[in-house]
Design a protein around this ligand. Structure first.
Ligand code: SF4
Length: 246
């Protein structure tokens, strides 16, 4: 991935993971308590300068979209606490890639977070009236139906807002149904893909090797593009995306 590194999109190149993902035992405290492996890296919304971070800090997303209908839109990322906000049915519950993200800043999901999120979205709407993108979620997931409704209200209130991301919530769960409805209501501005499904434009799979591929492997993982900002596949394509497990 570093082969495609561009400083205008990210401050630092992505580092190849050292070794394989950490797999936690069923009896590990983080598994038993449904929490991150790094509880000291969970911050209350009042402890951080911003909860929505510029994609310039994220080599995987990049700073500003260069392709498709969202071209010119700056990207912002949101990171919540893995497992605590996720579905226990998640296919990577014990080997979540958050287990290898010791330094990620996770934001605690409480009512203060939600009101702060709204204020930051309002500020971004004012700053980028022609469009901005939020990548949900680098870690963590949609934790309740009211939280999905918050994003629906935001899409109604902030015309510049665009959303893309992935969820481990089952499509037929209450939260999954609310997310599918959000995709349908805002087809040009919202694309949440369901992890572990081959549902075309709403599907996302993890595969072990390129030989296993039946759909489209994330081009950033095969050095065909630099990052999401230069790719746009996940929010424009009607095909399932595949991620190589590392
Ligand atoms: S396929 Fe493209 S948009 Fe999707 S995660 Fe990979 S780089 Fe990002």
């Amino acid at each position: 991935m570093a082969d495609n590194f561009r400083r205008d999109q990210a401050r630092f190149p992505s580092t190849k993971p050292k070794g394989s993902r950490i797999v936690l035992a069923e009896t590990h405290k983080a598994i038993v308590n449904s929490e991150t492996l790094f509880p000291t890296r969970v911050f209350h919304a009042t402890q951080v300068k911003r909860i929505l971070k510029s994609g310039h800090n994220s080599p995987k997303t990049g700073r500003c979209v260069e392709k498709g209908a969202w071209t010119g839109a700056d990207i912002y990322t949101l990171t919540l606490e893995e497992r605590h906000t996720c579905s226990p049915t998640c296919l990577t519950w014990s080997n979540c890639y958050g287990n290898n993200m010791q330094y990620a800043e996770r934001i605690m999901n409480d009512p203060v977070f939600e009101s702060r999120l709204w204020a930051e979205l309002q500020a971004l709407q004012d700053r980028h009236p022609d469009g901005f993108v939020t990548r949900l979620h680098i870690l963590g997931d949609f934790y309740s139906v009211p939280y999905v409704v918050l994003w629906r209200d935001a899409l109604l209130a902030f015309s510049a807002l665009r959303i893309f991301g992935y969820t481990g919530r089952p499509r037929q769960s209450e939260i999954g149904l609310a997310l599918a409805a959000l995709n349908r209501e805002f087809p040009e501005r919202c694309r949440i893909r369901f992890s572990g499904t081959a549902d075309g434009g709403e599907g996302s799979l993890v595969i072990k090797s390129e030989a296993e591929s039946r759909h489209v492997i994330c081009p950033a993982q095969t050095d065909k593009t630099a990052c999401c900002a230069t790719c746009a596949f996940c929010w424009t394509s009607s095909k399932t995306v595949e991620f190589l497990e590392h």
